[in-house]
Structure formats: C-alpha cells, structure tokens
Design a protein around this ligand. Structure first.
Ligand code: NAD
Ligand code: IPM
Ligand code: MN
Length: 358
C-alpha cells in the first residue's frame, strides 16, 4: 500500500478543534479502508505568524506541494486584524490557493429532508435544494492590483482591480460544464454583466465554451443580485452555479445557511497538482476554545478529499452516511440545536459520527 500524504493545517480559532476531530474520523476510515494515511501537521495563519513571523511559512507550502492532498481548518482572528495585508492570517489561505494553483472551489449545498426544519426557508421552498457552486478561486478582484491608500484630488482613496482573462474563464467554465454532465446537466452562470466589463467578458466566454464544446448542457445566466434573491425564494431551480471569486464567496455563505448552518458546508479547492479541502466557514472567534463548534463541515470536507483526491468513493460515502445517520438520530451542536434534540459539543458530535462509520 502506497502511503497517502496529507498535509494537515488546523490554522486558528475553531480551525484547531474541528481539524483534530476530522483527523480522528480519517483515522477510523484508515482502520477500515486501509488507505495508509501519513499526516504531516503544519502551521498557517495567525498562529504561524506568532511562531515564525509569517502567516504562510515556506515549509508549509513545501509540505502541501509534496502532499496527495491538504486538509485545512480556518484562519483569522481579531488579534491579527491590525497587521499589514501581507502578514494577516487570511494571506495564508489566499497564498495557498494562488501558489498551489487551486483554481476551482466546489461548494456543494444540499438540504436533506431530515434537516429541512433547520433551514431558515419554509420547507416547501427549501425542499429538493441541491446546488453545486463552482467558484473561480485564483483570479478576479481578490488577486488584482490594489492600492491600500493614496491621495487623489486631495482625498485619500483605495482601490482593488477586478480582472479576468479569457483562459481563466474558459477553464472554470469547462469545469462547471463537466460537473453538470454528472449531475442534472444545468449550469447557471452568475455575473454582473449589466455593469462590469469583467462580467461581460465572463459571459461571452462562457457562452462560447458552451456552444463549441458543451451544447448538450442547459445554460442560463443570472445577475448576481438576482441570484442572491433566487437562492432565497427558489433554490431548487439551481444545479451547477459557476461564478467569479468574490460573487462565489458571498453567494456560498448565503447558500450554506440555507441548509441550516455555515458549520455544515464543506469545500474542495482543486488544482492540477494537488487539492485542498476546507470548511467554508472561518475561525469563528466568538466560539473558539469553547469546544462547541460544529465539526460537520470539516468532516464532510474530508469526505470530499477521499472522493476527489484519492478516488476512495466507498470511504467518502461511509463518512457522508455516518454524518447523515448521526443527524437523523437527533445529535445537534448549538448552531443547529432545537428543543427535543440531543445537544452535543464538537467532540461528542465527532464521537457519534465515529460510532456510525462502517
Ligand atoms: P465565521 O465563519 O468564522 O463565523 C461566522 C458565524 O458563524 C459566527 O457566529 C460563528 O460562530 C459561526 N460559525 C462558523 N463556523 C461555525 C461552526 N463550525 N460551528 C458553529 N458555528 C459556526 O466568519 P467571520 O466571523 O466573518 O470571520 C471570522 C474570522 O475567520 C475572520 O478573521 C475571517 O477573515 C476568517 N475567515 C477565514 C476563512 C478561512 O480560513 N477559509 C473563511 C471565512 C472567514
Ligand atoms: C472563504 C473565506 C476567504 C475568502 C477569506 C478568509 C480570504 O471567506 O474561504 O470563503 O474570502 O475566500
Ligand atoms: Mn467566505
């Protein structure tokens, strides 16, 4: 059996708790499915800055480059918010995405029937929601030129440049169309082409890739503001949603909470060489250190790692089924708790999930 090298980066705040719990789950998976995990723990984010002076030490990047996959917790915290942009914890995840070329971010949002009462939407609206958000992750306004501060016409100003090139849009569009072919064959491309030049380039490129290479896939377009409201009033309309970096960031938090809590949504950031798996939520400083964070988003990210990086579909299914069985039995962390359910902390939730893994 070839060892599977996984770089594990817990990061800051609840990242530490949920990542430890997720590695326990992978440990149990290893016992049953004999995957041969070799975990290499590395620092990133504010804790890495405190220890090394850098939020993304070179040895962390090196370990990721050599790994079969990366498991990431979360970074950030108020105590580091005063640092210059290059030293902020968020630079760690942005730097990893860029340096590892993780251009696709998959964020699947499913509202299962057993969790439908936890959605802030009425059950008849939420029922059947199953969306795959395909977010472009290494371009757009996140990585354009910027100016932190300059004097212009006597006033201080700052600016961030949004830009997309045709090849950047082509590759993410192809990924979305391929994903749709394995699902319900429907792509909604989300942009703001009524206002932004980058969006107009985005839209005409998506249309060309569609017409030339994927004419069998149903394609429609939506402005991002309309998409935000359609998520709230008619989410089952969507199958695959493809969009740029910032729109994808915002829409995925909105979509995540449709399923009950941001603590439930996993993600996969996919590149040519390696891929990184992380919950979509942050380091949650308001609940960090209390042991109450919901570990499900992180644990489901590990299932995505097994599926997309290691082709271990059975092991991925086992995790996803264990999570859904645990929820069906009424185990609930605080973020998804309702009276009459079994209220548990993060470790107890993990233990319940571990007990269901077969
Ligand atoms: P957040 O996602 O950390 O928290 C938002 C809210 O959701 C909070 O009330 C939090 O308690 C709750 N929450 C989040 N995850 C939860 C979980 N697993 N279980 C239960 N409740 C959960 O977003 P924020 O407060 O805007 O950001 C906090 C810090 O995290 C900031 O420094 C931000 O930059 C960073 N951040 C990092 C990542 C990442 O590392 N990928 C993602 C988002 C935000
Ligand atoms: C996310 C986060 C990050 C982003 C931040 C922490 C840089 O919000 O992963 O969704 O904006 O992409
Ligand atoms: Mn986000």
């Amino acid at each position: 059996m070839m060892a599977k090298k996984i770089t594990v980066i817990p990061g800051d705040g609840i990242g530490q708790e949920i990542t430890e719990e997720t590695v326990r789950v992978l440990g149990k998976i290893d016992e049953i499915y004999k995957i041969g995990f070799q975990f290499e723990w590395k620092e990133a984010g504010g804790t890495a800055y405190d220890h090394t002076g850098s939020p993304l030490p070179e040895e962390t990047i090196e370990s990721c480059r050599k790994a079969d996959a990366v498991l990431f917790g979360a970074v950030g915290g108020d105590q580091w918010d005063h640092l210059t942009p290059d030293l902020r914890p968020e630079k760690a995840i942005l730097g990893l995405r860029k340096q590892l070329g993780l251009y696709v971010n998959l964020r699947p949002v499913r509202i299962s029937d057993s969790m439908i009462d936890y959605s802030p939407l009425k059950p008849e609206i939420a029922k059947g929601t199953d969306i795959m958000i395909v977010r472009e992750l290494v371009g757009g306004i996140y990585f354009g030129d910027r100016c932190e501060s300059e004097i212009h016409n006597g006033a201080e100003r700052a600016w961030d440049l949004e830009n997309y090139s045709v090849p950047e849009v082509e590759r993410i569009a192809r990924f979305a169309f391929e994903a749709a072919r394995k699902r319900k064959n429907h792509v909604t491309s989300v942009d703001k082409s009524n206002v932004l030049a980058t969006s107009r380039l985005w839209r005409r490129t998506v249309i060309r890739v569609h017409d030339e290479e994927y004419p069998d896939v149903k394609l429609d377009h939506m402005y991002v503001d309309n998409c935000a409201q359609q998520f709230a009033i008619h989410p089952p309309f969507f199958d695959v949603v493809v969009t740029g970096n910032m729109f994808g960031d915002i829409l995925s938090d909105e979509a995540a909470v449709l399923s009950g809590s941001v603590g439930m949504l996993p993600s996969a950031s996919i590149g040519q060489e390696t891929s990184l798996y992380e919950p979509i939520h942050g380091s949650a400083p308001d609940i960090a250190g209390k042991g109450i964070a919901n570990p499900i988003a992180a644990i489901l990210s590990a299932a995505m790692l097994l599926r997309y990086s290691l082709n271990e579909d059975k092991a991925a299914d086992a995790i996803e089924k264990a999570v859904s069985d645990t929820l069906d039995e009424g185990y609930r962390t605080g973020d998804i708790y309702k009276e009459g359910m079994k209220k548990v902390n993060g470790i107890e939730m993990t233990e319940a999930i571990l007990a269901h893994i077969k």
